[in-house]
Design a protein around this ligand. Structure first.
Ligand SMILES: Nc1ncnc2c1ncn2[C@@H]1O[C@H](COP(=O)(O)OP(=O)(O)O)[C@@H](O)[C@H]1O
Ligand SMILES: [Mg+2]
Ligand SMILES: [Zn+2]
Length: 467
């Protein structure tokens, strides 16, 4: 069974609201309360608080950092055993170039699902809503948004709006009043800071935790000392209110994790795998309908698999398959330039033809009239612009005569386009696409095959008879 993490993201566009304090201490409380639960923390910020706090004195070989995680490195490479039993991933100052890779909102969810990290993951974010923060929001089973005052509460609306825009369920989001000064009391219904903040939050439709975190001089002093260290609340501020509040928040998180059968990483990954399986199925189905032979030379492709440089498909999709590069270029060389294989210029001409054909789509549309048969031959760019057109006479085609010069062409047209009665299917044509001869089947992969069909459609429009 693959391990998937349960993810908690701490986020707020405001700095100084207690995100990092919450993230790091929550990790320590969770681990202390459930010893056998792996807890991993990392940050998208570059202030290295996490590194300072969790790094063990005697360091072994340094593990890779957050940048490596985002590049798809596995948990074994990136998660470093840290103090208090918490695993951490080293921070990175080089996340700028990563933004490019994070166009999609679910990239981090996939990375976490595939990373092999299990247990709980806590993500501390930067005070912004850049694409990395957004990814951390969507990846999270729980998002905790610290708010300490009205401006920070005001800012929350952007996070909620993001979820609305993407149509993502907002039930993972919850505000938590932080840095609450219990000495401040108001007259009236809203007797203190947290009651006021909670009332406004609820009024705006934001879920707010029952727990909150008090402002405590003791807690504030934990990162101001001569040793330049950052001490945890659990070990150095047990006498404070905040200790009890962290116990409560950690309990709440553990409860919701226990009640979650499948975390977001798990659900998303399962969905991805199903989508992949479906893609694979349709790919296999596409492979199945392929012609077994090269329709020009007649050789079984299984026997002569090398040089499968072109893929052809008829306009009605009833015939499809691979063709040998040499077969196609020889056919075009004879059909377009009237050259026979024994002609001295044949090889040189074939090289030129092959080069052109390898960069364009060839379209072959036979026109069988009452008198003579002709081939409407066209070349299109890979974006569908017509580059070249030529009409080629096809003497004897209908009578089934081969004349040496056009043999390959006649074979291909008959094999690909002949109908039930032997005559060509009306108004049908075929097109020939260059493919990567080292791995021709990739043309049938979802994206490339879609691209081919977009092109087929354009070609169909280009050759539609105008009445
Ligand atoms: N409960 C608390 N009581 C007092 N000071 C706190 C508390 N939580 C955090 N702080 C202090 O507030 C400042 C900002 O906290 P931090 O966690 O770095 O916020 P952020 O990550 O949102 O910028 C720090 O100096 C920190 O020591
Ligand atoms: Mg911070
Ligand atoms: Zn062939």
């Amino acid at each position: 069974m693959q391990a998937y993490p349960y993810t908690i993201t701490i986020s707020s566009e405001k700095g100084g609201v207690g995100k990092t304090t919450l993230a790091t201490n929550l990790a320590i409380y969770l681990k202390a309360m459930r010893d056998d639960l792996p807890v991993t923390i990392f940050s998208f910020d570059n202030h290295f608080t996490i590194d300072k706090m969790f790094e063990l004195k005697k360091r072994g070989a340094e593990s890779a950092d957050v940048h490596a995680l985002l590049m798809g490195e596995q948990s074994g490479k990136v998660v470093q055993a840290g103090q208090y039993g918490v695993g951490f991933i080293r921070s990175s100052t080089e996340l700028g170039d990563i933004h490019e890779r994070f166009k999609g909102p679910m990239t981090l969810t996939r990375i976490l699902a595939e990373s092999g990290i299990s247990g709980i993951v806590i993500i501390d974010t930067r005070p912004d809503l850049n694409i990395l923060t957004q990814n951390a929001l969507y990846a999270a089973d729980r998002v905790l948004i610290p708010v300490k005052d009205l401006p920070s509460l005001e800012n929350c609306k952007n996070i909620f709006a993001l979820f609305d825009q993407r149509g993502i369920d907002k039930k993972s989001l919850a505000l938590i009043p932080c840095l609450i000064d219990s000495r401040i009391k108001f007259e009236g219904v809203f007797k203190d800071q947290k009651t006021l903040l909670r009332a406004i939050a609820v009024n705006r439709g934001y879920r707010c935790l029952d727990s909150y975190i008090s402002k405590s001089p003791k807690v504030e002093s934990l990162n101001t000392n001569p040793e330049g260290k950052i001490y945890p609340i659990l070990t150095h501020a047990r006498g404070t209110e905040v200790h009890g509040q962290f116990l409560e928040i950690a309990r709440d998180i553990l409860r919701s994790m226990d009640a979650t059968k499948e975390s977001r990483a798990c659900l998303y990954h399962t969905w991805l795998l199903e989508k992949e399986a479906h893609k694979k199925e349709s790919y296999l189905a596409r492979l199945e309908g392929l012609a077994e032979r090269c329709l020009i030379c007649g050789a079984l492709l299984e026997d002569k698999p090398e040089d499968r440089s072109f893929y052809f498909e008829t306009s009605d999709r009833s015939a499809r398959g691979f063709l040998h590069g040499k077969c196609v270029s020889s056919m075009l060389c004879s059909a377009l330039y009237g050259l026979q294989e024994q002609d001295p210029t044949f090889d040189a001409a074939r090289t030129v033809v092959a080069d052109k054909a390898s960069r364009a789509v060839s379209l072959l549309m036979p026109q069988v009239g009452n008198e003579a048969c002709r081939l409407d031959y066209r070349q299109f760019s890979m974006t569908g612009e017509q580059l070249f057109q030529k009409n080629v006479e096809m003497p004897g085609f209908e009578a089934g005569e081969f004349n040496g010069l056009h043999d390959r062409l006649y074979l291909l047209l008959n094999e690909a386009l002949a109908g039930f009665e032997g005559a060509l299917r009306k108004e049908s044509w075929l097109s020939i696409y260059p493919v990567n001869q080292n791995n021709p089947e990739t043309v049938l992969h979802e994206e490339s095959y879609k691209a081919i069909h977009r092109l087929q459609k354009r070609l169909g429009e280009a050759v539609k008879p105008t009445i």
